[in-house]
Design a protein around this ligand. Structure first.
Ligand code: FAD
Ligand code: NAI
Length: 471
């Protein structure tokens, strides 16, 4: 007779591992099944985020920033550095060590929380008398697991581009682009979205000539035009070439190189590159489920349809993270993991506010936003530049600004867009202020330590009431 679990979580990405730990904290008997394999075939919980997403990309962004700073930023400080050299395998080893530390840390957390972790592939089959039956395949053997609740946290994978086959040697997806062992001289990127911009920046700073080909006409549509064009200008000045309104016709292999054939404004163009990253979005892993047999449905994006509490409509069957609606972000997946575990434990839970999820692009300058980011009717703005901020000047990072969006009638903060240093950290202050329904005045009455970058937010709050001190 197999063990009966209270909760079986399929997938140990940020959604799944957090759901499993939270459920165990509630005293529930939990199993978590994940099939991700590390370089030696070893279990590597953490999903896309830890293995081939958030964490390795930020590790490489940091290394490439340091390399770039050593070469280009010392002089302004009166420091000269010569002979900076690049050892990409060593850079990758550092990145891999960070990944391993975190993925193996999850295994320790599982042990500490008495979570049964299975390295293999799980499929929910059916529900019999309120008990879900799951098949578990491990090393060519299979067994059945039983659980009262199943949390589907199976994540997403790169969207394929018809006619362009990723081999992770010359044509790369995110995993390949995070594992190159040398810097290509010429790098093409299809898609100027989040991955294209972040990984394009990494390899551009390390010395590649990077060309991003983007289908859309607009850049960073989440931001107001003026702010988006500030970012575009800064990234172009740093050396990224970006082409918009592009139709990729075909990718031709010519010896060791690739020739990209593309059209723009009906003009045929060609770009020769040594490597190509394809980053045209991600698709939920819902095709790994028998949707019909489970009695659940897909949403418009091809993910699992769920309500505001991540319920699939089938009792005891939940779905979270990239597999369901909303932005494909790790913190959103983690938040849903906690929400679902709490709901299973019978705790009161509030729906995730999908309109108040912070987003960040870790370029230089960083770009971050939350909530309303356009000047809608009834919404006023307060904006302040980093150019007048002492800390930003000391850091040598004075490009960009903080813009707060404020409801005219109530003075409530409804959103923010930040372009500049540590935008990724600063956005959390606004997200928290919004969660507490703070007004712009609340922010302006809060003392901010000096000199800090967050003083720009304080100044933007004052500007919303036309009382900026330094503006
Ligand atoms: P995933 O992390 O995809 O995990 C799902 C896990 O389930 C995987 O391990 C998968 O192998 C496993 N699985 C699937 N099916 C089965 C099955 N049947 N049986 C067993 N296991 C199964 N987000 C951010 O918020 N910040 C960032 O900076 C950021 N950077 C990113 C950079 C890159 C290059 C990429 C690609 C993504 C990035 N993301 C970032 C997005 C983030 O990685 C995802 O939103 C997040 O990982 C989704 O978490 P998840 O738990 O839903 O799924
Ligand atoms: P994306 O949706 O951010 O960008 C894809 C881009 O490709 C879009 O601009 C789209 O217009 C373009 N595109 C689509 N088809 C195209 C074609 N045929 N030719 C040219 N351009 C085309 O997706 P991306 O960059 O793949 O990232 C996937 C997701 O991963 C993100 O949406 C985000 O949720 C997550 N992510 C988050 C990060 C973060 O939080 N910092 C970092 C990286 C990824």
């Amino acid at each position: 007779m197999s063990t009966l679990y209270d909760v079986a979580v399929i997938g140990a990405g940020p959604g799944g591992y957090v759901a499993a730990i939270r459920a165990a904290q509630h005293g529930l008997k939990v199993a978590c099944i994940d099939d991700y394999a590390g370089p030696q075939g070893e279990p590597s919980p953490g999903g896309t985020c830890l293995n081939v997403g958030c964490i390795p990309s930020k590790a490489l962004l940091q290394s490439s920033e340091l390399y770039h700073a050593l070469q280009h930023e010392g002089a302004a400080h009166g420091i000269s550095v010569s002979g900076a050299t690049l050892d990409v395998p060593a850079m990758m080893a550092r990145k891999n060590a960070i990944v391993t530390r975190l993925t193996q840390g999850i295994r320790l957390l599982f042990e500490r929380n008495r979570i049964a972790f299975f390295h293999g592939c799980a499929t929910p089959l059916r529900c019999l008398d309120g008990i879900w039956q799951l098949s578990l395949s491990q090393h060519q053997a299979s067994q059945t697991l039983q659980a009262r609740h199943v949390v589907l946290a199976m994540g997403s994978r790169p969207r394929a581009l018809p006619g362009v086959t990723v081999d992770n040697v010359t044509i790369l997806d995110n995993a390949g682009a995070l594992a190159l062992t040398s810097c290509p001289a010429r790098l093409g990127v299809i898609g100027a979205g989040v991955i294209g911009l972040e990984l394009g920046s990494v390899w551009q700073r390390l010395g590649a000539q990077v060309t991003l080909l983007e289908m859309a006409d607009t850049f960073l549509p989440a931001l107001e035009k003026r702010l988006a064009s500030e970012v575009r200008k800064a990234l172009t000045a740093s050396g990224l070439t970006m082409e918009f309104g592009v139709t990729l016709e075909r990718v031709e292999k010519r010896g060791k190189t690739l020739v990209l054939h593309w059209q723009q404004s009906e003009q045929a163009q060609q770009t020769t590159v040594d490597k190509l990253i394809v980053a045209v979005g991600r698709v939920p892993n819902s095709d790994r489920l028998d949707i019909e047999a489970l009695g659940i449905t897909k949403d418009a994006r091809g993910g699992i349809a769920v309500d505001e509490l991540c319920r699939t409509g089938q009792p005891g069957l939940w779905a979270i993270g990239d597999l369901v609606r909303g932005p494909m972000l790790a913190h959103k997946a983690m938040h849903e993991g906690i929400q679902v575990a709490d709901a299973i434990a019978g705790q009161p839970v509030a729906p995730v506010d999908l309109s108040a999820i912070p987003s960040v692009i870790y370029t230089d300058p960083e770009v971050a936003w939350v909530g309303v980011t356009q000047a809608l009717a009834g919404v006023k703005k307060g904006s302040a530049p980093f150019g007048g901020n002492g800390r930003a000047l000391a850091l040598g990072r004075d490009t960009g600004r903080c813009t707060l969006y404020v409801q005219e009638q109530t003075d409530r903060l409804v959103g923010a867009a930040i372009v500049g240093p540590q935008a990724s950290e600063l956005i959390n202050e606004v997200t928290m202020a919004m969660a507490f329904q703070a007004s712009a005045e609340d922010l302006s009455l809060t003392m901010h330590a000096h000199p800090t970058l967050s003083e720009v937010l304080h100044e933007a709050a004052l500007a919303a009431d036309k009382r900026a001190i330094h503006g």
